[in-house]
Design a protein around this ligand. Structure first.
Ligand SMILES: [Zn+2]
Length: 333
């Protein structure tokens, strides 16, 4: 098997705090022998679990990278039991561009797992995560927000898992995050995400969605900060009691295609509800207006599932197939 060509000066087995980079060779027109420098920090103190904290999976989701930067700067290694591997801007080219996908290869990092050691830069980074970092770790936290195209209820996210024992540990870790909402998301069953790959690697896995719309939401930063520290206390890497959040409803799920309200026409989408509204299958979700042809009646879209409005498209203009709304339904055990 071809090994990753990513390289780092950081000694992953050394005690203390090391703030540096993992470098991916990038030979381009103006830099024949250059590298892409992806920030990597390791904080280790004695024995204990290894937890990977990842942000910047998508480059336009900021709460996670902000909180991980705080941890990198502020955390005293003496307070750690075990090892934190922190990659706050894992898809660095996308983070620098504030884009969901990398400007280098137009790939969505979170659809490239397990990656390719000799593929494009995004594929090389995901291969490094899955082949170098995952085998070191006991747990994985992947911090997302809604990004430029979605506004989402701040939530801790459960990855579907076939192994009942690991599923129970994942649920406990997601609960420990103490987010206002907790939801299982299957991404249409796509196996190429970092969290689905982490679950298959046997890691206790927690995801998040924190607000979105390509900006920073103060409340979501606070929820994310509390959640990451709570999960680290839950896993035994940090000492101290967990900080309780608001009482959240039970687990919800975005399980099937009926959870998504997709645009059927090009135009301007008018939603009928705000996030958090309770809705029922079959009821009107919103309508698409044709501003260039005001005599044409708007086209109505309906919900395909009952539950809570969990996500809402941010830009008003839609093309056919755009995701306008997402409904989270109560998760049946
Ligand atoms: Zn994301």
């Amino acid at each position: 098997m071809t090994r990753s060509i990513g390289f780092t000066d950081i000694d992953l087995d050394r005690d203390g705090k090391q703030v540096g980079f993992v470098n991916f060779p990038s030979s381009v027109h103006d830099d024949a022998w250059g590298v892409i420098r992806v920030p990597l920090t390791v904080i280790r103190n004695g024995s204990g679990p290894t937890v990977i904290l990842q942000g910047g999976n998508h480059g336009d989701e900021y709460e996670g990278p902000i909180v991980l930067g705080e941890i990198i700067r502020d955390l005293d290694p003496a307070t750690v039991n075990g090892r934190l591997v922190i990659v706050p801007a894992i898809n660095l080219p996308a983070v620098e561009a504030s884009r969901r996908v990398s400007p280098l290869d137009d790939l969505n990092f979170n659809r490239t797992f397990p990656g390719d050691p000799l593929g494009s830069t995004t594929q090389q980074i995901s291969h490094y995560v899955s082949s170098v970092l995952y085998p070191l770790a006991d747990a994985f936290v992947d911090l997302h927000s809604g990004g430029s195209s979605l506004s989402i209820i701040p939530s801790a996210v459960l990855e579907p898992c076939d192994d009942p024992q690991l599923d129970a540990r994942n649920r406990a870790a997601v609960e420990a995050f103490q987010a206002p909402f907790k939801v299982q998301i299957s991404n249409f069953g796509d196996p190429r995400t970092s969290t689905s790959t982490a679950v298959r690697a046997g890691l206790v896995t927690v995801g998040t969605e924190m607000a979105g719309t390509g900006t920073v939401t103060p409340d979501a930063v606070r929820i994310c900060r509390r959640g990451v520290h709570n999960v680290l206390r839950h896993l035994g890497v940090l000492e101290g009691a967990q900080e309780k959040g608001p009482d959240a409803a039970g687990f919800h799920t975005i399980g099937g295609t009926s959870s998504y309200v997709m645009a059927s026409e090009a135009g301007i989408f008018e939603p009928f509800h705000e996030l958090g509204a309770t809705v029922r299958e079959g009821e009107p979700a919103g309508r698409i207006h044709f501003l260039e042809n005001p005599g044409r009646e708007p086209v109505e879209l309906r919900f395909g599932a009952s539950g809570v409005v969990y996500g809402k498209r941010h830009p008003g203009r839609v093309r056919p197939g755009n995701c306008c709304l997402v409904v989270a339904s109560p998760l049946e055990d």
